[in-house]
Design a protein around this ligand. Sequence first.
Ligand SMILES: Nc1ncnc2c1ncn2[C@@H]1O[C@H](COP(=O)(O)OP(=O)(O)OP(=O)(O)O)[C@@H](O)[C@H]1O
Ligand SMILES: [Mg+2]
Length: 354
Amino acid sequence: MNDPSFKQEANIREAAISGEEEVERTSSGDEPLLSVENLHTQFDTDQGIIRATDGVSFEVDKGEILGIVGESGCGKSVTSLSLMGLVDSPGYIADGSVMFDGVDLTELSREELRKYRGKRMSMIFQEPSTAMNPVYNIGWQVGEPLRIHEDIKQSASRSRAVDLMRQVGIPSPEDRVDDYPHQFSGGMLQRAVISMALACEPDLLIADEPTTALDVTIQAQILDIIKELNEELDMSVIIVTHNLGVVAETCDRVAVMYAGRIVEYGTVEEIFNDPRHPYTKGLIGAVPDPTRDGQDLSPIPGTVPNLADTPDGCNFVTRCPYATEECEQVDPRLREVDDEHHSACIFDDPNDHE
Ligand SMILES: Nc1ncnc2c1ncn2[C@@H]1O[C@H](COP(=O)(O)OP(=O)(O)OP(=O)(O)O)[C@@H](O)[C@H]1O
Ligand SMILES: [Mg+2]
C-alpha cells in the first residue's frame, strides 16, 4: 500500500499502541526527561532536500508543559514525529539526538522504539478519527496499550478502559465503552484518544494540535483535561499548536518555530511579556486582544520560505520589519539573550535598534 495518507494513519495508530516489554526507567532525576539536540529531519523530494527540522534543540523537564508554536509548514509535526520515531520515507533523521530518559531514541531499532511508544511516550493527533480504527469498539482500542504493554486480559482491559474514559470526562463510560468510533462526537472521540494515550501513564505526552478540529468550548475542556493529568500524574507534555491562546493558558515554556528552526525559546512569561524575535513579535501582534474594542488583526505579511531553498541570511529577512543589510548575509543561530531566554536574531531586542 503506497498511499501516504494510509501510511500516516497506520503510523498514528502505531503511536498510540505498540511495544511489548516494559522499558526500565533510568533517569537520575536532575536531567531533563527529554533533550533534543541539533535535530535535522529531511525529506528527499524532486524539488530538492526539504529541511523540515534544521538544527532543532530543546528540553522538556519532568512535569513540564512545553508549547511548540508557529505557522503552518514550520516543522512542528515533523519535530513531533521525529521524537516518536515515526518519520517515514522519503523522510529521515539526518543528524542530531533525541535523549529520552538517558537513551538516544534515534539510535534505537524500530522494534526497540515500540517498547517506548504507547508506554513511556504517547502522541495524540489533530484529527481524532485517524487514531481510531472504525471496526473495533472504543473500549477495545482504549485498552489495547494495556494488553500490549502490561499483558492484562481482555476483561480487565475493558474495565480499565471504563475508568480511563471516566477520567477524561466521557459520561456513562460503562455504556459507551462498547460503542464504535462513528457513534462518538468529535469531542468525545478526542477524549477517547487521550484516554488511550494515557492508558499506560506515559512520562511524556505529545499532543499535536489536539484541539484544532474541535469547537471552542470543547477545546477548552480538552486542554483542562490535559493540564489536570499533567498535574495529577506529573506527566511531561509537548503541545503543538498554532494558537497562542492555547500556549498562554497551558504551557510553562515555549519554543517558537519558523522555517524548520526554533527562533525563540523561553518561559511563557518571557515569550508573551518580552518577546525578542521579530517573528514572535509578529505572531503576538496577530492575536486579537478581546479586552480592546475594534483592534485589527495584523498578520505577518508574506509566507514561510520554501524549506528546500531558504534565503542565505536570516530565514525571516523578507518578512521582517527590522531587517538590515546584515540580515541578508548573516544566518542567525539561537543564542541566549537573557537568562535562559533564547532568540535567533542578530539583535538582542530589535526594538532597541529602530
Ligand atoms: N512526507 C513528506 N514529504 C515531503 N515533505 C514533507 C512531508 N511531511 C512534511 N513535509 C514538509 O515538511 C515541512 C514541515 O511540515 P510540518 O507538517 O512539520 O509543518 P507544521 O508546522 O506541522 O504545519 P501545520 O501547522 O500545517 O500542521 C513542510 O514544508 C512540509 O511540506
Ligand atoms: Mg502539523
